[in-house]
Ligand binder design. Sequence first.
Ligand code: HEC
Ligand code: HEC
Length: 97
Amino acid sequence: MVIAFLTALLAGCTSDAPCPNGSMAEGPGGLIVTEAEHPTGYGHDTCFECHAVATLHDAGCTTWVDPVALRNEVDAAVASQGEAACTTCHGDNGVTP
Ligand code: HEC
Ligand code: HEC
């Protein structure tokens, strides 16, 4: 409870920073999106409805991730698979096929 409150405060303070939620890759579940870190989007397979792919993946929030290489990889995956590309790295987002 206290930790959740402090986290909310800290998140509030850093909302202008490029990584308001820190590194998602180093959060719970790693790259796999969990329900707890995705309260708004969990259970939806329509990623593009809320996420503008062109604005993602270049913040460099994870030390071991090279944002340029990641952008290239995601762009290529989206070009060939469309929205389904997201599940390759981020899991099924709670969507049961
Ligand atoms: C209804 C809108 C919506 C949809 C649909 C949606 N998202 Fe999200 N997503 C959000 C929002 C808003 C956030 C910020 C966290 C939150 O409030 O849920 C977010 C955060 C994320 C994050 C970062 C999580 C973190 O810990 O920083 C990832 C990764 C993500 N979404 C992937 C996806 C993928 C993959 C899909 C499709 C399978 C998807 N989203 C569909 C709204 C959406
Ligand atoms: C090749 C693997 C890969 C694919 C494919 C991929 N992502 Fe990511 N995603 C990552 C990594 C790695 C991070 C963490 C980046 C960081 O911390 O700098 C990330 C972070 C995110 C975030 C957190 C905010 C940000 O910009 O870092 C969101 C939102 C997100 N991805 C959504 C998506 C959506 C939507 C798709 C489908 C178009 C997608 N991802 C496809 C690997 C991938």
